[in-house]
Every structure is written in C-alpha cells, then in structure tokens.
Design a protein around this ligand. Sequence first.
Ligand SMILES: Cc1ncc(COP(=O)(O)O)c(C=O)c1O
Length: 396
Amino acid sequence: MSESWNKRTQAVHGGIRRSQYNEVSEAIFLTQGFVYENAEQAEARFIETGPDEFIYARYGNPTVSMFEQRIAALEGGEDAFAAASGMAAVNGALTSILKAGDHVVSAKALFGSCLYILENILTRYGVEVTFVDGTDMDAWKAAIRPDTKAVFFESMSNPTLEVIDIEAVAELAHSVGALVVVDNVFSTPVFSRAIEQGADVVVYSATKHIDGQGRALGGVVIGTKDFIRGTLEPYMKHTGGALSPFNAWIMLKGLETMALRVNAQAETAQTVAEALEGHAALERTLYPGLKTHAQNALVQTQLGGKGGTVLSLDIKGGKDAAFAFLNALTIPVISNNLGDAKSIATHPATTTHQRLSDEQKDELGITPGLIRLSIGLEDAGDLLADISRALDVSQQ
Ligand SMILES: Cc1ncc(COP(=O)(O)O)c(C=O)c1O
C-alpha cells in the first residue's frame, strides 16, 4: 500500500486485506461477530482492538474496514467510518460533535433530510442553528461566533447546484476553532479535494456515485484518526448505524470503477447543459460547469473545472409543464437517486424537497418547474434527443 498512489490507483487497491486464501476480489465477511480463541483474548479485545481484530459488526467488520480504508485513502483523510446510509453518516458526524448549548452555522440550501437534522433534531436537543446563504461570504462572517462549534454545508447544493467556497468558509470557521463538516455528495470523491481545501470532516452518501449502479444504501464519514476513532466511532457503534458488510462490498467494487463512470457522466452533463442552455422551453439551465453559472470561477479552482454529474432545468409553465416533461422522457427514469449509471429525473418540489414550506422553496429557487437531472452513462446524443423532445412536449 502506498500513500503516494494517485486516486485512480487508491480506488482499485486502497485498503485491501486478503484472507489466508489470497483472493483477488475482496472477500465478503458476512458475519455479525468473531470467535475468540479464549476468554483472555475476548477480554483483551474489549479493552483495545488492534487493526486486524474485530468484535462485532456494529463496531467494525473486515469488509467494511476495507471500504473505510479505501475511501479514506482516496479522499486524502486519515481514517473513515462507514454508515448504513448517507443520512446515518450526516447525523453521526453532526450529533457526535455537538451538545446542548453549542452553536452551528449551516448553509440553508440543503437536501431535505439534512435540513431536518439541523432544523428539527439538533435544535430539539438544545443546539442553536443559524442558517445562511452559503454563497455569501459576508453572511458566513456575520453568523460565525466565538462559540460556534461546527459549520455545515453541501459543497454543491441539492438541487440548485450552488457551489460553496470550502477554503474561504474553512478559514472563517477555523479562526474560532469550529469544525468544518462538508456533505460532498455532488462534488464526488473523484473531483473533490475538500480535505486539502480545509474541510475537517467529509461526508458522502455512498448510495450515489460510489455505488453508482442503484443497488445499495450506504454512507461514510472521513476525517482525522482522532475524530473518527475518538468522537464518531463511539457514537456510531453504540447507536447502531453500521453499514452491512454486503453493502460495503458493493461500495468497494463501486469505487474501482467510480472515476471512469463519474468522468464520463460529467462529460455528458457538460455536453447536455451546453446544448440546452438558452432553450426556448427553459427559464434557467443550472449546471456548475457552464460559464454562466454564478460560481463557475470557483468550480475551476475547487473542482478542477468539473461541474459534476447533475444539472437542473427550470421549465417554463410550472408544475404541469414539469410533469409533462417527466412523463414524456423515455431514457431518464423518474426516481429520486442521483449519480447512477441510469439517468434519473426528479421533481424536487413534490418529492425530495416536498416537506419544505412554499417560502423556503421560493427562497431556495426550488420552483414548480424545476427538474433535477442526474446524468448517467447513456450515449450523450440519445439523451439530448430524448430530453429535447420531452421539452417540446412540455410546452404543448
Ligand atoms: C446531499 C445529500 N446528502 C445526503 C443524502 C442522503 O443519502 P442517503 O439516501 O444515502 O441516506 C442525499 C440523498 O439522498 C443527498 O443528496
């Protein structure tokens, strides 16, 4: 194992542990527990586990550990803890850090369940949360206080694709000793350099690009060894958000092909966004890779110019036109995941973000005509033809 390997090599070989059979493909250790050779060994293991010692799958498992080590290496973090879903990972990262009386500053453009944790759960336990426009550095500056313990944001927001300046927010947060917790789903582990740019804790829903083939739920939190083992692990192992070893194996195999998939998907997303920009049926084409995107300069520096695999189309004619568009599509499926090999179209206002009030939707730009389009691995020409035809139908 070499720390000097590039991402592509880490994604294939990082974290590998072979059994006595020296298998090529990673083994699935589908076991809840582990047998001790004697009572003394059991006692010793409960005092301290070594790197290749396990107790119970809620605490850790060899297949899960391979996934954790591989994604940590890929992300440039010291360690990682895998979780049953992206939301178990977001919840674990925030809840393990915070206690009653603490203050958090969060971007307000968030996936509905992330918003629920901050707005409805943390506040119920006495954590004070201030929401800001994540793209407004003056707003972050005004909101971060000496007693702020953490800041939270999606580095690229769901579904309006605002891009947040990790370095600038981290500088402000670190000046008061606050931890920077980044939900990095839309930036993907392929384009992200979040830790290098100042994030202390990076969270992924592995359900998205890491699996990338719509099979399993999973999540992961990456950070320093101290944070992962000292703060997060005790919380996760006692509250039960563990990733199944079978799902960890799916994620491990997903990581091997992730760069190929995500680069191809981002290239098609760029082509589709450029072709659709200015289309007569559209109020707005939102894609961070477009020169006209408000944070495109930041995309160049923070994400190497890559706009990701998702674009959002604001269709003229509101909900009726958006539904007509969805129902006319023949290649993208109507569903609510993203980062999948299959293109997926979502109407956030009535599904993923339905719970938000009309004022919140207005404020976040989640209009009745907005469609989130996750671009898959299909042929770009076929996709563009299908989307263009469905846009024509939406205006009839
Ligand atoms: C930005 C973001 N964070 C977290 C999640 C939650 O992930 P999961 O569905 O794996 O719990 C999602 C999507 O569902 C998401 O889009």
